[in-house]
Write a protein that binds this ligand. Sequence first.
Ligand code: MN
Length: 252
Amino acid sequence: MNILVTNDDGIFADGIYALRQELLELGDVIVIAPETEQSAVGHAITLLTPLRTDDVFRHGEFFGYAVNGTPADCVKLGVHSILDRPPDLIVSGVNLGSNLGTSVIYSGTVSAATEGTILGIPSIAVSLATFENPDFSFAARFACRLARIVVERGLPHGTLLNVNVPAVPEDQIQGVEVTYHSASRYEDVFERRLDPRHKVYYWQAGLEQTLDLRDGSDAAAVRRNSVSITPIHFDMTNYDAMSLVRNWTINL
Ligand code: MN
């Protein structure tokens, strides 16, 4: 089995290292990941500048290819140019920080998996719900277990799995819940500062998340120390709203 591994924290992140080591149990792993952190770049792709790749070695052995682009670039370039044939599976992560609720729109981690799905390859995004003292070992092991099942069973057309793992020791994990995306979102806070030439600039400093803790939601599951698995798809059509808008009188 061939597995493509990518992320948005960059090829030198700890999370992608842990993930790759676990997935080696399942088959051949090729890492193609951004050379620098690309968190929150969403599904951006690079059109106006060339993409370059570099061989990356970690702990004295070949680790993968660094790309000077986005997570979605890495998947596209990997599938169409670097690999001889499409991988059987794409796993993106393990991300430093959760991807709950509306975060999936901004997340490079999730967007890499979405790109895989667009290309018809079963894909999983995995995130660890902490920014402090992360231990990626359980999340990576869980990703490997889930990857095995996804390859065996496949996923519905256009669907990927967004996985969020609580940052607690394995013996404190309460279970696995299949969830819906909550309305959780980050609080936007812009710090207003002055540069050395006394011009104003702003820096997004919003990290505090507004959690929607309704039962069955991804945020509620993680809050309960359960692993959250949300099946998501990229058809954003609101089918129920189609008839509503059709009933409007819209003049040309
Ligand atoms: Mn990230």
